[in-house]
Design a protein around this ligand. Structure first.
Ligand code: UDP
Ligand code: MG
Length: 209
């Protein structure tokens, strides 16, 4: 179809901008009865739920979802912890027995795997233009204490590195959301088979075409 400038618009352009992303409501969100409230936030912005189910996560799935081989992810978690301890004036060495970001990150990853395998979770695939970025914006910062009001983590949790680390547990920030398009492409097939991901139309696609 040609617009008034003579530019040809085809459906291909639209499909090109479609992304899919994975969300997983962690056991803290399930235990607090927040599934409905959280999913509503994604629905109302125009994101399409194309796959969804509750899952009892095996150790194998948890290990794949949070791979120990993703060094930058493990070191990132360790780095965030050290930064937070320095800010609070707490001795990292005294608490963790090391100042190595990978070792600290590995410890946190173990806690995280423990959390995600501790009870049923709710996993879903959301689809829409810029879905990955949009979902991260709605979810908010990793640390609920630093997450802006209006975001899911900012509105429903006050958890911090300090509370989590001194409690020897991961940060309870309600849900996982793929961090970028590459991560989403890796994660979605871990949780859903291609035939479990559905196709349908939402009216926003017509309105914001
Ligand atoms: N996490 C933690 N302590 C940290 C950093 C992360 O317990 O210092 C947990 C937290 O639950 C987070 C998850 O590890 O959601 C994955 O970390 P990531 O850096 O990928 O944060 P996210 O992408 O979830 O915002
Ligand atoms: Mg992440």
């Amino acid at each position: 179809m040609k617009d008034k400038y003579g530019i040809v618009h085809t459906l291909r352009i639209h499909i090109f901008y479609m992304e899919q992303t994975l969300i997983v409501f962690k056991p803290d969100a399930i235990a607090r009865g927040l599934m409905g409230e959280i999913i509503t936030r994604f629905e109302r912005v125009g994101l399409k739920i194309v796959a969804a189910r509750m899952v009892e996560v095996s150790r194998e799935l948890a290990d794949k979802h949070y791979p120990i081989s993703r060094r930058e992810f493990i070191e990132g978690m360790g780095g965030k912890t050290i930064e937070n301890y320095e800010k609070l004036g707490i001795d990292v060495m005294a608490d963790f027995g090391t100042t190595d970001t990978f070792e600290i990150g590995s410890k946190i990853r173990e806690w995280l795997v423990g959390l995600i395998t501790s009870g049923p979770v709710f996993a879903a695939v959301l689809e829409g233009p810029h879905a990955v970025e949009l979902v991260r914006k709605i979810v908010g910062h990793t640390l609920p204490l630093l997450s802006a009001p209006g975001t899911i983590r900012g509105d429903y949790s006050y958890d911090s590195s300090y509370l989590a680390n001194t409690g020897r547990r991961p940060i309870k920030n309600l849900l996982h959301a793929s961090g970028n398009v590459e991560e989403a492409k890796y994660e979605i097939p871990l949780w859903f088979k291609p035939e479990e991901i559905y196709t349908y139309e939402r009216v926003e696609e017509k309105v914001m075409r």
